[in-house]
Ligand binder design. Structure first.
Ligand SMILES: *Cc1c(COP(=O)(O)O)cnc(C)c1O
Length: 449
């Protein structure tokens, strides 16, 4: 194959290239093996098997090069096989692969924690510890909040997604596919309304104020603020459909938490690390969380997550009360240091804003032309469209349009409580021409109904 490369990363030709139908014969063969070896519970968005990826493309086993509007769900924000990540991991893997930080520590773990303490919102005294996944970060943030406050209740929001473990699936709003048949769920979890402007019954203008009032009333009447350990929220709801809470909602909830000794936990697992055009999405409204959970974009694809928060909260837990065998694995820590260098040196916060400036106007233009596009929203390189029956808020499934994009070599993801959202999460290093080409493919897919 003349186009074959031996290496991924940004050196891969930055082009869409279809040499077979999608998926091609080699991917179909591999998918048949997947179906006999892996349970169907592990779903597949697009059954092409990847051999290389980098910049804005994913290359499959048949030699097709697809435009990547997914970043492995907001993970490879610095690009796949990003050079600084590869170089650091390569060196580390030859030096040592694991000791367990709780047994014999190493510097890179501490360096990542120092960086997160410095870079996350707020200049108060902070501590960080590292775990393996977003779910594990959220679980641990709740553990810390309960331990520090001596309270039990946790308040979450409609359309929230926090993971798939027992506690985090309980914290997650959506039944299918995340919770169905997996109960009983964890106790002391309460759900409040989210300020979802497009779907707020009285319209977007009063949304922030009314939703916050309802949430606070629910807490006061159903739980009692003095029983609430933590309020947990995504500053932009990810799996729930890239719902950007109406401006003013987050500050009002934060203010209520501060007044009542409730720990405000921001789940920035999807929104963090430059994705939204700020290093963290909380910065947009000046929110300073008590605890912030990070994962996904933190380490360029290596499994890592962080819990960063007020020193007094994190220091309240007894010695040995936190941890895990692999948490802060040395390869993942080196990768995270490479990611942070890349974000800073390649100005990826600005790059995310630039991507938003390209995408949002083109999506707004789609909304003008095609009434199936009911709403366009998001910030930076985290943007989405919500599909509805023209003139209503009745959901139209996003699957068929996503499938047409996939067939044309554009990898897009769906989302939303009603499955009617197409979300776009390009790597922040994607060249403009691929971004524009991807949007043109999307437009054709929408124009076909
Ligand atoms: C993906 C995600 C999680 C869970 O992270 P995992 O690494 O899959 O466990 C939690 N919260 C949010 C907002 C997410 O997007």
């Amino acid at each position: 194959m003349s186009t074959a490369t031996t290496q991924g990363g940004p050196e891969l030709p930055q082009e869409r290239r279809l040499v077979t139908e999608i998926p091609g014969p080699r991917s179909r063969e591999l998918f048949a093996r997947k179906q006999s070896a892996v349970p169907p519970g592990i779903g597949t968005t697009l059954p092409v098997f990847v051999t290389h990826a980098g910049g804005g493309v994913v290359v499959d086993a048949d030699g097709n090069s697809l435009i990547d509007f997914g970043s492995g769900i907001a993970v490879t924000s610095v690009g796949n096989a990003a050079p600084r990540v590869v170089e650091r991991v390569r060196r580390q893997v030859a030096d040592f692969t694991h000791t367990c930080f709780m047994v014999t520590p190493y510097e890179s773990y501490v360096a990542v924690c120092e960086k997160l303490n410095a870079l996350t919102p707020g200049d108060h005294d902070k501590r960080t510890f590292l775990v393996n996944s977003g779910a594990e970060a959220v679980e641990n943030a709740v553990k810390v909040a309960r331990h520090a406050t001596g309270r039990q209740a946790v308040v979450v929001f409609e359309h929230g997604y926090h993971g798939r473990t027992l506690l985090t699936m309980t914290l997650t709003a959506k039944n299918m596919p995340y919770k169905h048949g997996f109960g009983p769920f964890a106790p002391e979890v309460y759900r409040a309304p989210l300020a979802y402007p497009f779907r707020w019954p009285t319209g977007p203008d009063a949304c922030a104020e009314e939703a916050a009032a309802q949430a606070i009333d629910m807490i006061d009447k159903q739980i009692g603020a003095e029983n609430v350990a933590a309020v947990l929220i995504e500053p932009i709801a990810g799996e729930g459909g890239f719902v950007v809470p109406a401006r003013g909602f987050l500050p009002r909830i934060l203010e209520f938490c501060r007044a009542n000794g409730i720990v405000f936990i921001a789940d920035e697992v999807q929104t963090g690390f430059a994705r939204t055009g700020d290093l963290f999405a909380c910065e947009d409204e000046g929110i300073v969380p008590d605890i912030i959970c990070t994962a996904k974009g933190i380490a360029g694809g290596l499994p890592l997550a962080g819990v960063t928060g007020r020193a007094d909260l994190l220091d309240s837990v007894h010695v040995g009360g936190l941890g895990g065998t692999y948490g802060g694995n040395p390869l993942a820590c080196e990768a995270a240091l490479g990611v942070l260098e890349t974000i800073e040196q390649d100005k990826l916060v600005e790059r995310a804003r630039h991507i938003g400036e390209i995408m949002l106007p083109r999506l707004e233009a789609l909304k003008e032309r095609y009434p199936i596009v009911g709403d366009v929203r998001g910030r930076g390189a985290m943007v989405a469209i919500e599909l509805v029956k023209p003139g209503t808020t009745e959901p139209v499934p996003a699957g068929p349009i996503a499938a047409r994009c996939h067939a044309e070599g554009l990898l897009v993801l769906t989302a939303g409580t009603y499955g009617n959202v197409l979300r776009f999460l390009p790597p922040l290093v994607m060249p403009d021409h691929l971004l524009e080409e991807g949007l043109s493919i999307l437009e054709r897919a929408i124009s076909q109904g």
